[in-house]
Design a protein around this ligand. Sequence first.
Ligand SMILES: [Zn+2]
Ligand SMILES: [Zn+2]
Length: 80
Amino acid sequence: MSADEYDFRDDDGVACPRCYGGGTVDCNCGGDLCVCENYGERDCPTCHGEGEVSSERHDRYCQSERDAHEAMRRIWEESK
Ligand SMILES: [Zn+2]
Ligand SMILES: [Zn+2]
């Protein structure tokens, strides 16, 4: 046995932190009234419906999540 046994896999394959691997997210585009054509669900914009993201993208998402929430809240306020 060598240290090589502990081999890192490719970065691909981390469960998407936004849709939790489901590949879809609530669109939340218009509150009770969905204005898109997906009836409340759409392909996850983080993983593009694949349910998996690279670990790099995962880290980046977690880092920007707070900013994204702030931006989304602002959009919600304006769209009321
Ligand atoms: Zn919608
Ligand atoms: Zn996703």
